[in-house]
Design a protein around this ligand. Structure first.
Ligand SMILES: Nc1ncnc2c1ncn2[C@@H]1O[C@H](COP(=O)(O)OP(=O)(O)OP(=O)(O)O)[C@@H](O)[C@H]1O
Ligand SMILES: [Mg+2]
Length: 508
């Protein structure tokens, strides 16, 4: 229940105050005496390194978790927010990184479920309301589509609409752009601006991408190790100052592509005229090779075959024609086992799917090679823990060996998965969206790990929606368009413009 205790009438624009919030998980102090003001009609960006406490703070505001001490006030009233329902009653909505939509129901049905109190379960009237709200907020959605058939950008719009139609005045978006391609990002930023200016919604935007913050934020707060180190108007602070506030006065070098090595060795991974037939998408006549010590970057607008390419190389999607060879040997079938045996390692795009949240960090690190840590059918726990301790120090993971994987911050999850990949010393590494959701320093660190693996002779196929990342790291850039490789450009000659044209299907 939301219990109101009137403190004072604030007057003016409505505001929410988080006061002296402290929250610890065992030894980890996630938030320490944090105070933050949010105003309606303002975009408030919340920045900070991976593990700084951003999600925890917003989960407290949305009633998903309780603080150890501190309180939340709105318009002079102390709010007791013990559940998301309490938060919604107080006008607070949140779109978390894991959507809570019912996948086999339609857009309208999902919104009807969430707003059952506001609307009767008369689906026609809910449908009308969805169409009207879509238009009002500039968030177009197909009302009768089944959620699972929608691309992630549209599912996210449904989540946002759901929150807005539940009547929220404040909307928390936790790294909404981390899962979106460039076009979807622009349209989301447009919607955020409209919600702020036209509807007067107060938005909390958590993001690691400074360019987005520059585009939409009115106010910026920086969390560092559970404390607010700065809260100011966006136009009063530069991006460089923000980065320094986030990470401290560390040296901030950019990873530059190391000198090209003479690649005397022949290709180790070869795709020859690979076809995958699917109702939607698929692959058409894809030929590609990667040599040891080379990074081949895959660029393209999302949905042009990149996911299928990664899936055939992880063995979760079988090929319908053509061949995949590793070290000169054609794979009879592209199953996960045969690929792994051939020395192909994988960092998948969805870090949640490739780990078991309920297991410890140490256990997750050995998931795909338990045999190496067992003798006589018994897992050698000491060996597992030692392996984990060394990975934690080598990969600078902020976690303990016995910590449950699901409680790690996004950046640290990614580091664990990279540690798992590289500690197996794969001959070929397929790496998909490696820095999605990572902070500035973690991004640099992950990119340097990839560059180092290249120098160690690993053949790397890097799939990324972040064109800057591809241009920074790749020796060659292959551009995918409608399921085919439309062009391959030498890294030294690749520019945003030349790659951009290929991405749009223009071949000169
Ligand atoms: N349920 C939990 N149990 C134990 N520790 C937790 C739990 N939830 C969060 N933590 C810890 O609290 C700290 C803050 O985590 P939080 O998820 O808020 O970080 P964040 O700023 O959102 O990071 P990211 O940018 O990576 O998403 C981290 O050290 C994290 O490991
Ligand atoms: Mg977070």
């Amino acid at each position: 229940m939301v219990e109101g205790v009137v403190i004072a009438s604030s007057g003016g624009a409505p505001s929410i105050f988080l006061r002296n919030i402290t929250k610890a998980y065992g030894e980890t102090v996630a938030l320490s005496d944090v105070s933050l003001d949010l105003r309606a009609g303002e975009v408030h960006a919340l920045l900070g390194e991976n593990g700084a406490g951003k999600t925890t703070l917003m989960k407290i505001l949305y009633g998903l978790t309780q603080p150890d001490s501190g309180q939340i006030e709105a318009d002079g009233v102390v709010l007791k927010i013990e559940s998301p329902r309490d938060a919604r009653v107080a006008g607070i909505g949140m779109v978390t990184q894991h959507f809570s939509l019912v996948k086999n129901m339609t857009v309208v049905e999902n919104i009807a479920l969430a707003t059952a109190k506001t609307f009767s379960l008369d689906l026609d009237s809910v449908r009308d309301a969805v169409v009207a709200a879509s238009a009002r907020y500039g968030l177009e959605v197909p009302p009768d589509a089944i959620i699972s058939s929608l691309p992630i950008g549209l599912q996210q719009r449904v989540e946002i609409l759901k929150a807005l139609m539940s009547g929220c005045t404040y909307l928390i978006l936790d790294e909404p752009t981390a899962v979106l391609g460039p076009q979807d990002i622009d349209s989301l930023l447009g919607a955020i601006r409209r919600l702020r200016s036209d509807v007067g919604i107060g938005i909390v935007l958590i993001s690691h991408k400074m360019a987005e913050i520059e585009k939409v934020a009115d106010r910026v707060s920086v969390l560092r190790r559970g404390k607010v180190v700065s809260s100011s108007l966006a136009n009063g602070i530069t991006t460089k100052e923000l980065i320094t506030l986030m990470v401290g006065e560390q040296e901030s070098g950019v990873v530059s592509r190391p000198e090209r090595q003479s690649l005397s060795l022949g290709p180790i991974l070869v795709l020859e005229s690979v076809f995958v037939k699917l109702e939607l998408g698929g692959l058409k006549d894809v030929s590609l090779d990667v040599r040891p010590g080379e990074i081949v970057g895959i660029a393209g607008v999302s949905g042009n075959g990149q996911t299928e390419l990664v899936n055939i190389l992880s063995g979760t999607l079988s090929i319908d024609g053509g061949a995949i060879s590793v070290e000169g040997t054609k794979l009879a079938e592209n199953t996960p086992q045969s690929l792994m045996r051939a020395g192909v390692g994988m960092l998948g795009e969805d870090r949640h799917a490739s780990a078991v949240h309920a297991l410890q960090v140490a256990e997750n690190l050995v998931l795909d090679c338990v045999d190496d840590f067992s003798s006589r059918m018994q897992i050698d726990r000491k060996k597992v823990l030692d392996h984990c301790e060394s990975a934690i120090s080598q990969f600078e993971i902020k976690a303990t060996a016995k910590q449950t994987f699901g409680t790690l911050s996004g950046g640290n999850m990614q580091k664990v998965l990279l540690a798992r990949l590289f500690s197996r010393k794969p001959k070929v590494a397929i790496i998909s969206q490696p820095t999605r959701g990572l902070d500035v320093m973690a991004t640099r660190y992950v990119r340097s790990l990839i560059a180092k693996a290249r120098l160690d002779g690993t053949a790397i196929l890097l799939v990324s929606e972040d064109l800057d990342e591809v241009l920074e790291l790749a020796d060659r850039v292959a551009v995918m368009y409608r399921g085919s490789v439309i062009g391959i450009v030498d890294g030294a000659d690749a520019s945003r413009e030349s790659i951009g044209e290929l991405m749009a299907g223009i071949v000169r």
